[in-house]
Design a protein around this ligand. Structure first.
Ligand code: ZN
Length: 89
């Protein structure tokens, strides 16, 4: 079991077990953090590896899959070549 890198740039929410203050950090933050100071109660909150796994699994649906059966509406790609200005005037 590992932490999915696809969530590293996604905002994940974690609730303080002491005061339920919700903190929102990127997955990359959760990956490296081991403890943090809660802004709600000011306590030092430990985040263990199993906690991280749970957090990532909880937000797994936010991960952007590299490929998938889900069809997405194609982006309106505005093709713009190099702006060639005609000096002719
Ligand atoms: Zn707290």
């Amino acid at each position: 079991m590992s932490l999915s890198p696809s969530l590293f740039s996604v905002g994940l929410t974690f609730q303080c077990p002491q005061c339920n203050f919700t903190v929102i950090k990127n997955g990359s933050w959760f990956q490296v953090v081991s403890h943090y100071k809660c802004e709600g109660c000011g306590r030092e909150i430990r985040i263990t590896y199993p906690d991280k796994i749970a957090i990532f699994q909880k937000h797994a649906y936010l991960a952007t899959p590299p490929r998938g059966p889900l069809r997405r509406s194609p982006r309106p790609s505005s093709e713009r070549g190099p702006a060639a200005r005609s000096a002719a005037g």
